[in-house]
Ligand binder design. Structure first.
Ligand code: B1N
Length: 777
């Protein structure tokens, strides 16, 4: 027995007083995790004298850590062997839920970047918030979404170390709190580099006010503590909308200020008050505008606490900061009300004003016409525009897919691009193949490694060597057998979680992502109904049996998104309860879609639904995960879909719908009512929202969805995401995929070519681009 196994046994004995055979899953999980932590202690140190990059993000959606950490440390097989010797296996850790300190793509991207950087020896640390409660857990009651708190800490947190000695204070107008960091090791594949994810927890300055307590003012003593802890209490459950709330600004300032103070403290320890090397030692990437208050805060710290002048401080800030934009949706671009800002962090506001003046001067120096125009105001109409601040003060602004960056340059941020074109650049997103292939699909991984070796685990371009196997009949058959195996595994899981049976011989068509109108789950619903009616009417006779799977959380306050969930659940009830549909079609909406569910769903997919309105999805990243696992994309020319099709070939995917240009030219005359009137297929499906086909339980949700398509609202035009414009072309494409699927060999060939051409979409490639082109590390 070696050191690792000994350590597990010792921890079980000392911490829980149990033997390996008597331990329950949670005890084993804790002991195995702690033993792994113990094994890396020596390697977890920051190497001196190198520039480090810092990823500031309000969200890190890490997913379950035990398997990935064990894999990266090279301990996974050993741990599994040990557990099996005691009648258990790492699979027992499934019941340990993942920490969901993120909403969706933006937070998951941060996690993929950390994994890739550590794997390739890039010094990158994450900085964020240690939310007490992550994204809510979702369940359905009569088809309606319900939410419960995500108490992720009930499984303990063996992967974090509390660093009391690194705590800092953060000051607000109405309170001062202690920010206490919890550090998590970010272990690169092979265990050579270990970076750090530092998450801040908000606590009262002193644990308890004994004065108040002694004066019998228990309530006030407790209230102070609660008010401090409130700041890191819960993750805002909005994806792609700006909550604009006081507590959210507090959260943003809390982790921004704490992270900067922590970096400055480190730097001062090495250099004293000489800041000339600061920008040579640190780069800070702002993950969207959420941490952008870091810009005026760094100015404040350098000027107030270290006596620098504005020009010195600004020049440092500009060299240090870079900004990533993740959305052009107007409702997601953060703007803080000046009054609110002043009431929360009045000491920071003067630095916003200085930036405003600095901007004016910079534009003047460049001789810009119209420098007095609104788009160039950081403070405009009583609101502070955080994206504008970031573009002005940072040296780099990047979009997350080629088309997204083009839209930023040509449309959304064109005034800024005109002034500082050299600051704009593209960094197409990526995903880590360690989690999204090696861990979640060992069967396909084995298939690949047998044929081309295991170089792909750290160099995904190696997958190119797989392309010739797309024409090899034995390889295709093996691929199909693996896909079927993944479907069986998913079916078992769905059976256990949802109580629904799936048939592994069906085509699996999957749409998983946050519920949002622009992602058009409602269009998918309409197409399913169109097929259903065609099957019922006998118009469609050669339909290959298909299960349409959905997974999506709606922000709790997003009424329409919740209406769409209810509608899909009603469709599922109708279709699955119709004896005519047996063996032909099924609709399943799984509950609580999260990273762990994604790891089961994605490897089982034949078809990946990526159907956002062209120009709305900045990149998308699940599209890349499906591709890597050998699914074809049924999608629009939006976000990274464009680059996916470019890599894998249009003939191996199913593209439909209006392009960005077509939508722009259709916009002024677009009339969804007329489409509905003139096209009986469209009318029939849209009418199901209001003709009594389905019940929304008397909530009026379905009528509201109908109105959003037919009449719009004061804040938007009817059918603003062009569902009905793309309806026919979508239904056609869906039937094209379905027909193509009949020829199993030809379809397997397409799938394999998708996998073989997924190399570009490794976050290893993306993070190297950030390191080289933005950070200089
Ligand atoms: O970021 C992902 C992209 O792949 C997606 O296309 C994009 O929608 C997503 C406010 C957001 N953009 N904006 C957000 C998240 C939380 C929040 O409070 C906005 N998420 C995205 C990665 O680039």
């Amino acid at each position: 027995m070696d050191r690792f196994e000994e350590k597990i046994g010792e921890l079980l004995r000392l911490d829980f007083g149990v033997t390996p055979d008597g331990a329950d899953a949670k005890q084993l999980y804790t002991a195995v995790s702690q033993a792994a932590m113990d094994s890396l202690r020596d390697g977890w140190k920051k190497p001196a004298g190198k520039k480090r990059a810092c990823y500031f993000s309000a969200e890190f959606l890490m997913g379950r850590l035990v398997n990935s950490n064990l894999m990266n440390l090279g301990l996974l097989e050993e741990a599994d062997r040990y557990l099996k010797a005691h009648g258990r296996s790492v699979a027992d850790f499934e019941q340990i839920e993942d920490d969901a300190l993120g909403n969706g793509g933006l937070g998951r991207l941060a996690a993929c970047f950390l994994d890739s950087a550590a794997t390739h020896g890039i010094p990158l640390d994450g900085y964020g918030i240690r939310y007490r409660y992550g994204l809510f857990r979702q369940y359905f009651e009569d088809g309606f979404q319900r939410e419960r708190a995500d108490d992720w800490l009930r499984f303990g947190d063996p992967w974090s170390v509390r660093r009391e000695e690194d705590a800092v204070e953060v000051r607000f107008a109405d309170q001062t709190v202690r920010a206490v960091p919890y550090d998590m090791p970010v272990i690169g594949y092979g265990g050579k580099t270990i970076n750090t994810l530092r998450l801040w927890q908000s606590e009262p300055l002193s644990a308890f006010d004994f004065d108040l307590f002694n004066r019998q003012e228990y309530d006030r003593a407790v209230a102070e503590k609660n008010r401090a802890e409130e700041i890191s209490y819960v993750l805002y459950p909005n994806d792609d909308t700006d909550a604009g709330k006081r507590l959210r600004l507090k959260q943003q300032y809390f982790f921004s200020s704490a992270s900067l103070q922590s970096i400055l403290r480190e730097y001062l320890g090495r250099h004293g008050e000489d800041f000339s090397a600061f920008a040579d030692e640190y780069a800070v990437q702002l993950n969207d505008t959420h941490p952008t208050v870091s810009i005026p805060e760094l100015l404040r710290l350098l000027m107030e606490e270290h006596g620098l002048c504005y020009d010195e401080a600004f020049s440092i800030a500009q060299r240090v900061f870079a900004y990533t934009n993740h959305t052009i949706m107007a409702e997601a671009l953060e703007k803080w009300d000046v009054g609110l800002f002043l009431s929360v962090i009045p000491e920071v506001y003067p630095y916003v004003v200085m930036l405003q003046n600095g901007l004016k001067q910079a534009l003047h120096n460049k001789g810009i016409n119209g420098a007095d125009q609104i788009p160039y105001y950081l403070v405009d109409d009583g609101r502070i525009h955080m994206a504008r601040m970031a573009i002005f003060a940072a040296h780099s602004t990047n979009g997350v897919a080629r088309i997204h960056t083009e839209i930023l340059k040509e449309t959304a941020l064109r005034e800024w691009y005109a002034v500082w074109p050299e600051r704009f650049n593209n960094k197409t997103n990526g995903i880590t193949q360690r989690r999204w292939l090696a861990l979640c699909n060992p069967e396909l991984s084995g298939f690949i490694t047998e044929r081309i070796g295991d170089g792909w685990i750290t160099e995904l371009d190696e997958l190119k060597k797989l392309a010739p196997y797309a024409d090899d009949e034995r390889a295709r058959e093996r691929f199909l057998a693996i896909k079927r195996e993944k479907k069986c595994q998913l079916a078992a899981y769905v059976k256990a979680r949802e109580g629904v049976e799936l048939n592994p011989d069906f085509l699996f068509d999957i749409q998983v992502k946050r519920l949002h109108e622009y992602k058009r789950q409602l269009l998918n619903a309409f197409s399913i109904l169109d097929i259903y009616f065609a099957l019922k009417d006998g118009r469609l006779t050669d339909f290959y049996p298909t299960v349409f799977l959905f997974g999506a959380k709606a922000a709790p306050g997003y009424y329409r998104a919740k209406g769409i969930i209810k509608y899909l659940n009603e469709i599922a009830k109708r279709v699955n309860g119709d004896p005519d549909m047996k063996g032909r079609m099924q609709v399943v909406f799984v509950q609580n879609y999260d990273v762990s569910y994604a790891e089961k769903l994605i490897p089982a997919a034949d078809v990946s639904e990526q159907i956002s309105t062209a120009g709305t999805e900045a990149s998308g990243t699940s599209n890349m995960k499906f591709m890597l696992n050998g699914a074809v994309t049924l999608g629009t020319l939006d976000g990274a879909n464009i680059e996916i099709v470019e890599q894998a070939g249009a003939e191996n995917n199913f593209i439909f719908g209006a392009t960005v240009e077509e939508i722009a030219s259709a916009a002024s005359t677009y009339d969804p009512k007329a489409l509905c009137r003139d096209n009986p297929r469209i009318r029939r499906v849209v009418d199901t929202l209001v003709d009594g086909t389905f019940s929304d339980g008397g909530t009026g949700m379905f009528r509201e969805l109908y109105d959003s398509l037919m009449t719009g609202a004061s804040w938007h035009r009817p059918d603003q995401y062009y569902l009905l414009l793309d309806f026919e072309s979508y239904c056609d494409a869906k039937l094209r995929v379905n027909r193509a699927y009949r020829d199993r060999a030809a379809f397997a060939r397409k799938c394999l070519l998708n996998t073989a051409n997924a190399g570009k979409f490794s976050s290893d490639r993306t993070i190297r681009e950030y390191a080289r082109e933005i950070w200089g590390v």
